[in-house]
Write a protein that binds this ligand. Sequence first.
Ligand code: HEC
Ligand code: HEC
Length: 321
Amino acid sequence: MRIVAFVLSCFAAAVAAQPPVPAFELLTKPPRGLPAMPESPTTAPTAAMFALGQRLFADPILSVDRTVSCQSCHLPEHAFASPEPRPQGVQGRRAKTHAPALINRGYGTTMRWDGRTPTLEAFVLQPIADPDEMGHTVPNALTALRGDRDYAAAFAAVFADGITERNLAAALATFVRGIVVADAPVDRLHKGDPSALTVEQRAGLWVFESKGACWRCHSAPLFTDDRFHATGVGVVGGEALPGRSAVTGDPADRGRFKTPTLRAIKLSSPYMHDGSLRTLADVVEFYARGGNAHGNLDPAIKPLELTEADKRNLVAFLESL
Ligand code: HEC
Ligand code: HEC
């Protein structure tokens, strides 16, 4: 049985401006609109492992001075993104980029904006040792957990060998894998319900699929192609940041960043790897003018002929995701 948690109910609460109480519900099959999630390369998930991961995710015990948890930067009510362009880690330090939404990451084939880490399991311990994030070391974080009687018992209940580096990664990755968002109006449309989208959202979907060309990189059903493209975000005076080229060493990858999912996008402002765009209307204006010019710009990024109504409808469609 595949264990997947469903967080749509928590988003509905956040949108209704209620106190966001993440109401996780275990699913045994993929939600409408998504294929089955690829199996974890290292872990057979269980509900208890998921619950342990959820608890660790929210616990500052993993940071050097016990002030910062994963959730300090990845807020559930913001689709597990940060509301600040560069979220704050320990001792007032700042992460180098926006903390991305952690939506449907179990489907992802690379982690981080430049894709330098291949899997979720390989990634989830990195923030603990990042001096700008949790400022700790993994061995010292394990010592802190071993010193906590509750955690010793909780790990022993889930893993035969208790608190280890591998088991900490398995619990955290199992929780993040469980953050699954689907079943948007567009999924219901694709399943044959023509009334699922409003007139504006439908017109916006048409812009998305036609003259906006958004689908070319934000392709359904995950609304990401999981690849790297240069849109011109972060270009200063025509000079692009390294982006993907920092990993591959290939100059053709300069300025390329990973395409993020657009699911639950309404909640994860500010947008882009540097958090430089505050609203979805700002994002649509950015694409309408053809991004920021530089030598490596993706050929799909060029000035678009969008009317004011097209822009409004496109935003309405994005908000429905
Ligand atoms: C200080 C803020 C901060 C904290 C604390 C933090 N993160 Fe992040 N997280 C980020 C930033 C910034 C990125 C983007 C890093 C990059 O792309 O290089 C990120 C990226 C990620 C990603 C990759 C997502 C993707 O699609 O590429 C995952 C998964 C993740 N974090 C999980 C966690 C977990 C689990 C913890 C706790 C152990 C955690 N984060 C703690 C800021 C934070
Ligand atoms: C050539 C591929 C490509 C096309 C075409 C494209 N995007 Fe993107 N999109 C990206 C990449 C790559 C990023 C991340 C850029 C960065 O942060 O440096 C992104 C980021 C975004 C974000 C911010 C997501 C977040 O979590 O911060 C939104 C919203 C978005 N795109 C919407 C659109 C819309 C709407 C269109 C059509 C008008 C579109 N995109 C066309 C590749 C593309």
